[in-house]
Design a protein. Structure first.
Length: 198
């Protein structure tokens, strides 16, 4: 069984509402939109659309307990890879900020142990991503015009080089956010060259 937000399903089937209805009826998919409630006995899980790691990512808050099931949005002991084109750093940061306004006190991640201080972890993740963004901007300014392959070794000099191929996805997500913010630019080559705008 696959779980998707309704909007993502519409995109996947080119807006074919009848196909979605049939797949839901047949139990092939479970449609969960932001705010949907799933009843489990006398408990209620509320769906919270949290795009960023993936555009269709959903966390579930066990109402009345403060416990949130985060899937891949937040992991214990590691940061989440944000890999474009489906992953989006701006959306990820917005989703984290949204969770700061939810009554989340503990996080049960898809990977790792339960995180007991949810709000501290969310604040730490936001700070970490913004620090990494500042490092991307600083290293890109220093390098001038540079490709992802060159920039990853400078920006992720604190990460085991064997992880650089994975880190390139998050680096690209940071660069795309800087580009959307009007701070960075790139050429249209297959192996794009990036630079900071003046």
């Amino acid at each position: 069984m696959t779980r998707y937000t309704y909007q993502h399903l519409l995109e996947l089937v080119d807006g074919d509402d009848e196909l979605i209805a049939r797949l839901v009826e047949e139990g092939e998919i479970v449609r969960r939109d932001d705010g949907d409630i799933v009843r489990v006995g006398d408990r209620a899980l509320r769906a919270i659309h949290t795009p960023g790691h993936a555009s269709n990512h959903v966390c579930y808050l066990l109402e009345g307990t403060g416990l949130m099931f985060s899937g891949d949005h937040i992991m214990q002991g590691s940061t989440v890879v944000i890999g474009p084109p489906d992953g989006n750093m701006q959306h990820y940061l917005q989703s984290l900020a949204r969770l700061q306004g939810e009554p989340v006190t503990r996080i049960a991640p898809g990977h790792g142990l339960v995180i007991e201080d949810a709000q501290a972890e969310i604040a730490r993740l936001i700070a970490h991503r913004l620090q990494r963004e500042a490092k991307v901007a600083e290293r890109l300014s220093r390098a001038g015009r540079v490709t992802l392959d060159v920039l990853v070794t400078s920006v992720y000099d604190d990460v085991d080089p064997r992880l650089h191929p994975v880190a390139k996805g998050s680096l690209l997500a940071h660069l795309l956010k800087l580009e959307a913010d009007g701070r960075a630019a790139r050429d249209n080559a297959a192996d794009a060259t990036w630079w900071m705008k003046e």
